[in-house]
Design a protein around this ligand. Structure first.
Ligand code: IFM
Length: 445
């Protein structure tokens, strides 16, 4: 008999997207570092870019109608900083602000609560020319931009997320060079990570100040739960190092007001400059933690590299991103975050998978693997709730296929298939599976 796993009443169901990945409307905003990165030959698959993307900037009403059909009560999207402030600071683009005003109104009129991310990687190029996140001043510019948004939307937006995945911004963009701005320097990446955290700490009180008693502010981190490849002491220690680098490096400053000592020692001279009050500012209490989870890491000791370890590729199911499908790690992660950091609330702000979907002649997309991924990760989430994790919502990544950064449009994460020739949206089978789960407030296994 099927097992029915019910979610608590009031559990928030939604989908997530990000500005650069879906909006397009390139001529109607300032340039950002991802425009520049897309122009850099060889950095993005087949030179794809965000000029048109899903053309959501012009089709948002149709997209909100699809969200309504899905039945989710919430939608997580991000603001394009250069659409609102083309130079990153100073003069506001009234049309840009107007777009987000209209989008928020459209959502609310359709009974959908906006969860707004302020930085999902599209730094204005004008600020990059002034040093980007390597410049401490950019943290203050971010706080000013947040004030513009809070003043404009704070009467209707109650849930703010300062940053999406600062780890990815700092390390993939500035150490691995695979994301904008494309640098490869550990010291720089660490300094940028610190400034991202500082900008969060500066923005939280501003967002609260321009809201009301219902305003809630959080941050979204990506997590890479680490499992040792064997029971050997060396592999266990290697997994701990991976955990420090990918998980604790941002969690400890946010929730404990300090960088993890083992990593501080490992980074040595590359440690960032930290001013006296920075860590207290960064550890300002927040209302919720956004959790992005896609896969785990299985780690073995291996001399060399950044921290003397390597990740392995265990037998199992893999997505089109070559990420292992491992739902149990989500349950473990939610419980671990709860016990080690005691967040007030947790939301899964992203979870999903890419598969090479195809459109049938009838305009359907049969994606059973995505349905299974969704069901198993929801089951893991529900188990974590029953074991005490304060998980209050789940946002599927993503509402629709979109620009997957260095992979361009070659990876499809959506519940809705986007035909990039016609821009027609086709709900996939997983859209309808998620619709049933939302309607039931339960997943059946
Ligand atoms: O598409 C991204 C998103 O922008 C950030 N989190 C991971 C997703 C899948 O790679």
């Amino acid at each position: 008999m099927a097992e029915r796993l019910a979610f608590p009443e009031g559990f928030v169901w939604g989908t997530a997207t990000a500005s650069f990945q879906i909006e397009g409307g390139r001529d109607e905003r300032g340039t950002c570092i991802w425009d520049d990165f897309c122009d850099w030959t060889g950095k993005v698959f087949q030179g794809h870019n965000g000029d048109i993307a899903d053309d959501h900037y012009h089709r948002y009403r149709e997209d909100v109608a699809l969200m309504k059909e899905l039945g989710g009560a919430a939608y997580r999207f991000s603001i394009s900083w250069p659409r609102v402030l083309p130079e990153g600071h100073g003069a506001v683009n009234p049309n840009g602000l107007d777009f987000y005003n209209r989008l928020v109104d459209e959502l609310l009129e359709n009974g959908i609560t906006p969860y707004v991310t302020l930085y999902h990687w599209d730094l204005p190029s004008a600020l990059q020319r002034m040093g980007g996140w390597a410049a401490r001043d950019t943290a203050s510019r971010f706080a000013d931009y947040c004030e513009v948004m809070a003043r404009a939307l704070g009467d209707r937006v109650k849930d703010w997320i300062t940053h999406n995945e600062p780890w990815v911004v700092a390390f993939i963009g500035n150490l691995q060079g695979r994301h904008a701005p494309g640098w490869e320097d550990l010291g720089l990446a660490l300094q940028i990570g610190h400034h991202l955290l500082l900008s969060h700490g500066l923005a939280v009180p501003i967002l609260r100040q321009h809201g009301d008693a219902d305003t809630r502010v959080g941050i979204t981190l990506n997590f890479s739960p680490a499992y040792p490849a064997s029971d050997s002491a060396e592999d266990v220690a290697a997994a701990r190092r991976h955990d420090g680098y990918t998980n604790r490096w941002f969690m400890d400053p946010l929730y404990k007001g300090s960088y993890p000592a083992d990593l501080v020692e490992a980074w040595g001279a590359a440690m960032p400059q930290v001013s006296a009050d920075d860590l207290a500012q960064i550890a300002v209490p927040i209302d919720f933690l956004g959790v992005n989870y896609y896969s785990r890491a299985v780690v073995k000791h291996q001399p060399g590299g950044l921290l003397d370890y390597a990740t392995t590729k265990p037998e199992g199911e893999y997505t089109h991103m070559e990420w292992e499908v491992f739902p149990k790690a989500l349950e473990d992660l939610l419980l671990r975050l709860s016990s080690d950091y005691a967040p007030q609330a947790l939301y899964i702000t992203e979870n999903g998978c890419a598969y090479p979907d195809t459109l049938t002649a009838e305009g359907k997309v049969h994606d059973p693997k995505r349905i299974e991924y969704l069901r198993q990760h929801l089951a893991a989430s529900q188990r974590a709730i029953t074991l005490g994790a304060p998980l209050q919502g789940y946002f599927a990544w993503s509402l629709m296929d979109n620009f997957e950064w260095g992979y361009g449009y070659s990876r499809r994460f959506g519940l809705i298939y986007v035909d990039y020739e016609t821009m027609k949206r086709h709900p996939k089978d997983s859209f309808y599976a998620y619709q049933s789960i939302i309607a039931e407030n339960a997943v059946e296994l």
